[in-house]
Design a protein around this ligand. Structure first.
Ligand code: TXA
Ligand code: MG
Length: 309
């Protein structure tokens, strides 16, 4: 079911990505599970294919620094780091540009985006040819090891994604270093580029929260300012109703047809659209807890709990 493409089949990979399909491709670190970062449906499909029980923000891959500058705001530190380490296994977290066109789901609703320019020639050829930002987490199912060969990817995701671009084993075998530049430079994930190498360029690094936290805890998650009321059967006076499935009175509906991937693709955009002072709260209809529904419910529960603490 999943097509196995060779490095000279890049036009086919481009065609699939532009059509919103998922294509795994090699980087110098690990194989990534790629989807068009500007397409909400494609990004939702990434989370569904991985069986991820939550929405972590994804890394957006670009062919070069100028393409990265179009989606995030660079400062002098970012310019220096990009000039020193790109293309290569360094990911920078920077403020997202308002006009970047990247799906809110790709950044888990945050105001920042993680960007990187990989060094692998097949990845660079693909990114240049597709000419769109590509969101790509490691191409494994949730909780499994990151794949470093096309065969690993196939064993994890065969039948769940459109294609795998096979260009041999990855050289590094360890994910990219993630550096947060939204404040004092802070290491979020150690990787092939060391803290010492980074400090030579930007000076001493701040430790996030005093120690390295687990990846799921790294990002401050987006939650609406209004209270969320979950498993609602209807809106109370003053509330907006976020619907799922058939609902006559929904203010917005995540998926009138009850499609969970479609619902995930709209989740962050619709929560933001309803997070208005004219409402007293957002009532959310029940979402089935199966497949990507688990990730939707995880995010909704966090949003609801935030108000109570
Ligand atoms: O080597 C790699 O980085 C691979 C290849 C495919 O490029 N990709 C990868 O992606 O490891 P992923 O999605 O598995 O890891 C993304 C990491 C997570 O630790 C996530 O929390 C962090 O980047 N991240 C992404 N966006 C962020 C943001 N806006 N703020 C803070 N952390 C972010
Ligand atoms: Mg991973």
């Amino acid at each position: 079911m999943t097509e196995l493409l060779q490095a000279d089949d890049i036009p086919r990979a481009v065609e699939l990505l532009r059509a919103g399909e998922l294509v795994a491709f090699p980087t110098e670190t690990v194989y990534g599970l790629g989807g068009d970062a500007t397409n909400d449906r494609a990004v939702a499909a990434i989370f569904a294919a991985k069986d991820r029980p939550n929405f972590n923000p994804l890394i957006v891959h670009l062919p070069d620094t100028s393409a990265a500058r179009r989606i995030v705001s660079f400062d002098a530190r970012a310019e220096q780091l990009a000039a020193t380490f790109w293309p290569g296994p360094l990911t920078l977290v920077l403020p997202r540009r308002a006009d970047c066109g990247v799906s809110l789901l790709a950044g888990a609703g945050l105001d920042s985006l993680a960007v990187r320019v990989p060094a692998h020639p097949a990845a660079r050829d693909l990114l240049r040819a597709v000419d769109r930002p590509i969101a790509a987490p490691s191409a494994n199912r949730s909780g499994r090891l990151s794949p470093t060969t096309a065969a690993h990817v196939m064993s994890e995701l065969d039948g769940r994604i459109a294609a795998v671009l096979d260009a041999g084993p990855c050289a590094v075998g360890l994910e990219s270093t993630v550096l947060d530049l939204t404040g004092a430079a802070a290491l979020l994930r150690p990787g092939a580029i060391t803290a010492e190498q980074l400090a030579e360029v930007v000076g001493p690094l701040a430790a996030p929260g005093g120690s390295i936290r687990s990846p799921g805890m790294l990002a401050q998650h987006y939650a609406p300012a209004l209270p969320l009321r979950l498993n609602a059967t209807g809106a109370r006076p003053g509330e907006a109703l976020l619907g799922f499935g058939p609902a006559n009175d929904a203010t917005l509906n995540l998926s009138p047809g009850g499609d969970l991937v479609e619902a995930a693709s709209h989740l962050f955009a619709y929560l933001r659209a309803l997070d208005l002072p004219q409402y007293s709260g957002i009532a959310v209809m029940p979402i089935p807890d199966t497949g990507i529904g688990a990730a939707i419910n995880d995010r909704l529960r966090r949003g609801a709990a935030k108000r109570e603490t």
